[in-house]
Design a protein around this ligand. Structure first.
Ligand code: ADP
Ligand code: MG
Ligand code: ZN
Length: 455
């Protein structure tokens, strides 16, 4: 049974004002309810949209170009009204443009289209309160072909897409600004759309759940139809909402109040020339120039600020070690705390300091990780912390040699066993040494010292 998945991704665009009026978008989540509104974004009688926000459209163009789309040039791109009734929509319709770019491609997945639309307001089901501050915040919608074959494939794609949007500086990057509708079917069977998932983890959970649920239905020969489902994040399940609406239900038609956009080649070329280096290009360059592995480059380049930090460290040499450390230990501890590098206290200085101590063999990787954890959680300076805790410099020192001697003299039986050819005895002895050094020595070095001493 083959799984088929396609995504519709919405992300709020970087823009100071709303899509069809001058109301600010900044702080709409925290401002008092219904304070960032005007007659236009509420579609009050007699009000008209002001015309479309050029900055928002520019950001959509950047995104469409970065996704290798063909831009719709020199012909009218209409803004349509998509009708539905829900308290979050003061006008009874949402404005959504026809495609601005089409037929793109990213990581082997076809991008069907990219367009701009307005966010609706927010309706609180529990209290019945409506807050229109979000009404009219510009959104990009990116629609893929059903090219994904697993939930994990979809999640990886979203990571890459998300990195691109950040590199472009084209979106609001705050939690909840990306919302995904995930379509999933078992090949030859009806399609289910899971609406409004707002995290990568959520996409993975929702799709994994749906895949199992649908496979089970198919296995038992159950009949089911196209459906829209809601994702219950807390419980990790999807719940049936309604039969899927068809395009006709929305009664789309061009909005008579908004003149269609016409996008010219000059503008597009200007935007194309201004595109920054994108994650895929940066990865390729890192592999070529710094000789790091593809996986290291992938992990490091997911966040531009992190990639920049790597490059600043790597340009003075030690790129291999830096990549290994930043892809491994550092990334692990950041991920564990659900922290982006840019939101953490970490800086180039701190990472370099840890790397320098590693390089000089003053500390082991284990100790480096401990120092990093203390830095992230308690703000402790790595070197001072290492000095205070006595974690520095056990490597190859007299202190270490003394410990080796002590372990040898205190463990006659294992020493004898080892000399008789019992290799495991060495593990035991090495373990004793590690214990006495409180993990400060490198296990490999300890083993070598023991072997040399006992042979
Ligand atoms: P609609 O008109 O209902 O919005 P579209 O054809 O525009 O449907 O597709 C919407 C999304 O559904 C796209 O992301 C597409 O990739 C995905 N999709 C289409 N067919 C399937 C399918 N059989 N299984 C899973 N996803 C699909
Ligand atoms: Mg659709
Ligand atoms: Zn307004």
């Amino acid at each position: 049974m083959k799984t088929v998945i396609g995504l519709e991704i919405h992300n709020q665009l970087a823009s100071e004002s709303k899509l069809f009026c001058a109301c600010p978008t900044k702080g709409y989540r925290t401002a008092p309810a219904n304070s960032l509104i005007c007659p236009s974004c509420l579609s009050q009688p007699g009000s008209k949209p002001w015309g479309i926000n050029a900055k928002a459209v520019g950001n959509v163009l950047k995104i469409a170009l970065a996704l290798n789309c063909k831009i719709i040039l020199d012909k009218p791109v209409f803004v349509q009204r998509k009708h539905y009734i829900y308290p979050d929509l003061a006008s009874g319709y949402q404005r959504t443009s026809k495609p601005i770019g089409e037929n793109g491609e990213l990581a082997g997945v076809k991008i069907r289209e990219v367009h701009v639309e307005e966010d609706p307001g927010q309706y609180d089901l529990r209290t019945g309160e409506v807050n229109y501050n979000r009404s009219g915040v510009p959104l990009v919608e990116i629609v893929t072909d059903p090219d994904f074959t697993s939930a994990d494939h979809a999640r990886r794609f979203l990571e890459e897409l998300s990195a691109i949007l950040d590199y472009l500086g084209a979106r609001r990057s705050e939690p909840g600004s990306m919302r995904v509708d995930a379509n999933i079917s078992i090949e030859g069977h009806p399609r289910i759309e899971v609406k409004n998932i707002n995290s990568f983890k959520g996409v993975l959970t929702a799709l994994t759940f749906e895949e199992a649920r649908q496979k089970n239905l198919v296995k038992h020969g159950a009949q089911y139809g196209q459906e829209t489902r809601h994702f219950d994040e807390k419980r990790g399940i999807t719940i049936g909402l309604r039969k899927k609406e068809s395009v006709d239900d929305y009664r789309y038609f061009p909005d008579p109040d908004v003149p269609p956009m016409v996008i010219g080649e000059k503008l597009v070329e200007k935007i194309r020339r201004g595109l920054p280096e994108l994650p895929a290009q940066k990865r390729e360059r890192f592999v070529r120039h710094y000789n790091v592995t593809g996986e290291e480059a992938f992990a490091i380049c997911l966040e531009k600020e992190y990639a920049d930090a790597f490059e600043e460290i790597a340009k003075d040499g030690g790129a291999k070690q830096a990549a290994n450390f930043m892809r491994g230990v550092v990334k692990k501890q950041l991920n564990y705390r659900d922290l982006a590098y840019r939101d953490s206290k970490l800086t180039v200085k701190t990472i370099s300091e840890l790397l320098a101590m590693l390089e000089k063999k003053e500390i082991t990787e284990k100790v480096a990780e401990k120092l990093l954890i203390d830095f992230l959680d308690k703000g402790l300076d790595p070197r001072k912390n290492a000095e205070k805790e006595g974690l520095l410099g056990i490597h190859g020192s007299q202190e270490l040699e003394a410990i080796v001697e002590r372990v040898i003299s205190e463990n006659k039986k294992p020493v004898e066993d080892f000399r008789k050819g019992k290799a495991e005895a060495l593990h035991f002895l090495a373990g004793q040494v590690m214990k006495l050094t409180k993990g400060k020595a490198s296990p490999r070095e300890v083993k070598e010292m023991l072997e040399k001493r006992l042979k």
